[in-house]
Design a protein around this ligand. Structure first.
Ligand code: FDA
Length: 306
């Protein structure tokens, strides 16, 4: 295990501690702001307008995960419907991403399905798109099943995410591509055991490139979500070499990371989408960002001592 892999494991473990959570909630919000577009929908839509002016498309994410009651899930469903209507009303270039657990997946699968279906149906009416983020491996099968079920019900405006680190992804990618599901391809952000997921970054990169290549070769629209130059430059070169047009894929990055590079990709004529979270439930999202890159944690430490 190299230093970066060890760092990521330790941070994901430490952030699970209640004490660390309490301290971060108390002192960390100002620092978390870099990664979050605001507390409210209005603030998020304003930020979306600004990003659109730079040629950057947006995915809006109303933060929330790990809920404990179905009432909360209903609340999030309604928030997402408001969000879709806000996007339509403000005529911004944005779609939405949601977490299945936010809609009740860990509580009751059918209730979750009904919530997601309502959001997807409203999105379809408004000509918009909904992506189901992929959470940890306990939810992978249910998220894929839900996506395929929505497609079977005519909601092809729903996509999901596949994680390169999971061994099962080799089969999932075939099933989802066959069904014509729009996929976001990522390395994977959760702490998973070695029995089911690759632990070495070098292996994950090989798996990731293979998955992207398969998509591009088959002419499937591909969303490549990574900040890694090894991936971005490889995709650019691969697409140029195989005459794959720039509108056959999009890059995606997170709000607050490499923002100048996001604008630069837009200037170069690539499609680039910024995943832009907003809302009050920022802690789990924020700690995953810190786990991904020591520099993100260093920025927090520097701010603490300013
Ligand atoms: P990684 O963190 O592996 O860094 C690799 C290299 O990239 C670094 O060494 C550095 O060279 C460069 N780099 C990274 N960040 C940089 C920065 N800020 N500035 C300069 N260089 C930098 N995961 C998941 O499990 N489910 C999901 O649904 C999603 N959804 C999602 C959406 C979007 C839009 C993105 C971008 C990511 C996700 N992820 C995700 C997270 C994903 O799985 C992964 O954990 C992170 O993207 C981190 O991997 P990267 O490839 O971005 O770079």
């Amino acid at each position: 295990m190299d230093g970066t892999e060890l760092y990521r494991k330790v941070l994901l473990t430490v952030s699970g501690s209640r004490l660390v959570e309490r301290l971060t909630l108390k002192y960390g919000k100002k620092m978390a702001r870099k990664f979050i577009a605001g507390d409210t929908l209005e603030q998020a839509l304003e930020e979306t307008k600004r990003l659109n002016q730079l040629g950057i498309m947006v995915t809006l994410d109303h933060l929330g995960e790990g809920i404990t009651s179905l009432d909360e899930a209903t609340g999030y469903k309604n928030q997402y419907i408001n969000l879709l209507e806000g996007i339509s009303g403000h005529r911004v270039n944005a779609n939405v991403s949601l977490k299945p657990t936010q809609m009740g997946l860990s509580l009751e699968q059918e209730a979750c399905y009904a919530n997601v279906r309502s959001v997807a149906a409203r999105a379809k009416e408004l000509g918009n798109f909904v992506r189901l983020d992929m959470e940890d491996s306990t939810f992978t099968q249910a998220t894929i099943d839900m996506t395929l079920r929505l497609h079977a019900e005519g909601m092809s405006n729903v996509g999901t995410v596949l994680q390169a680190y999971l061994f099962r992804t080799d089969n999932d990618v075939k099933a989802l591509m066959k069904a014509g599901v729009n996929l976001r391809l990522v390395k994977g952000a959760y702490k998973e055991p070695a029995t089911i997921a690759s632990q070495r970054m070098s292996d994950i990169i090989i798996r990731y490139k293979k998955m992207i290549q398969r998509h591009l070769d088959q002419g499937k629209y591909t969303a490549i979500a990574s900040h890694d130059d090894r991936i971005i430059n490889w995709v650019k070169e691969y697409a140029a070499r195989h005459r794959i047009p720039k509108d056959a894929f999009e890059f995606q990055m997170l709000y607050g990371l490499r923002m100048n590079d996001q604008a630069e990709l837009a200037r170069e004529g690539y499609r680039i989408r910024c995943y832009t979270p907003y809302g009050m439930m920022w802690y789990p999202y924020y700690t995953r960002r810190l786990a991904e890159k020591p520099a993100n944690l260093m920025m927090v430490v520097k701010n603490m001592f300013k």
